[in-house]
Design a protein around this ligand. Sequence first.
Ligand code: ASP
Length: 478
Amino acid sequence: MGGTKKIALHWQILIGLILGVVVGLIINAAWDAGTWSSLGVENPALWVAGGPAEGVNENANFVARTTRFIRDANGFIGDLFLRGLRFIAVPIVVFSLIVGASSLNDLSKLSRIGGKTIGIYIVTTAIAITVGLVFANVVKPGSTRFISTETRDSFVAQFGADADAKVLAAQKPDVWDTVLNIVPKNPFEAIAAGNMLQVVFASLLVGIALTMIKREKARPVIAFFDAMTDVVIKVVEIVLIIAPYAVFALIVEQIAELGLDILGSLAVYSITVVAGLATMMFVVYPIGFKLLGGVGYGRFFAAMSPAQLLAFSSASSSATLPVTMECAEQRLGVKEEVSSFVLPIGATINMDGTALYQGVAAVFIAQLYAMDLTIADQLTIVLTATLASIGTAGVPGVGMIMLVIVLQSVGIPLEGIAVILGVDRILDMCRTSCNVTGDAMVCSVVANSEGALLSESEVAARADHPLDEDPVDEGRLD
Ligand code: ASP
């Protein structure tokens, strides 16, 4: 990376992100229908995709070719990066969870850490929904003061078909089936399909079984998975070389397509969601990682920011997982035995941002349809949104599909989903960042309680701090 070597990775990513927003907004503003028609082009989307049309002037041809090139190049870099991260997502869960579970040695330690982890995950999720509900009830973003019934109906007319598809995609949850489905019939199939909950289950089971067989037999197997975990982390470092450029590309693509206009009539709703998420990230979590994790504000955010920024630009906590693990271990100083156990589980079941968003969205839609939600209804939302967020896969847009279940639980009209569909991607980016921050916070708390968190000076003293350096130059062969 030559010239950029001195700038820490999180700054590079942040610069990519800000530039991406700026360029995306410029493209969005410049290329409205008026610009195209001034070049004599009637149907820009088709035309840019399909190539120059007859009878259109040279300038327009040039512009179309350039637009197409920029779009394709951006799409290529963004997709390349996401593919790289997805490539790692399943192996890192498998290898690190097997090592994590088996290195906890005895079952009592495993169940203690497991119990703590899952307990804190559920508590933070319930807190997040409560924060969301408080914001939504106080601000009332769905009242007619902020959004008229005409706007609501026009959104339903515009996005109704898309919303129906989401409703169809949401499966009615059956508790027995849901629990049963955690157990894979065939672990290899689960791995191939990337079914994270099943992969987590299978890996934990193998890790636990390894602690139950003879030590000398288990040792080489654990050593193998341990080495594979290092290999995968090396791959993360390689993939991260293009992170700043990829973040730029991903953001340009989204912002150029969406613009900020869509936020207009949904501004108050969007601000309510973002304010709730910010409260979690900058007020609630710090209470956790400072008081219970013993990590200061600056230290936490400096360590975790690459993961938070990647979560924001990819809208996928699953794809971000390898980077979250790298940040927690190398930069925050969490020992691998804890991070390799707590984080993969968090990326699969702990979605505080998604749960908060579902709470706000449910109340918002209820307000749009002038429905009064009783305290019992709101408690039902806390419960179903907790479960729905656990069942949400860490990939873009799934939180919105799972929202259907929350709405159904209290009889809120499902067509309201059409109203919020337009801003879903932007809010998905924000909630994913919160999801990842929540995982890292819990990781610091569990690590601290287990004496598995290095002090700041120990982290600084450690020779390898790969994320701030040129990742490939410096092999960690020691
Ligand atoms: N995109 C979110 C995540 O990966 C899930 C969601 O809320 O849609 O964490």
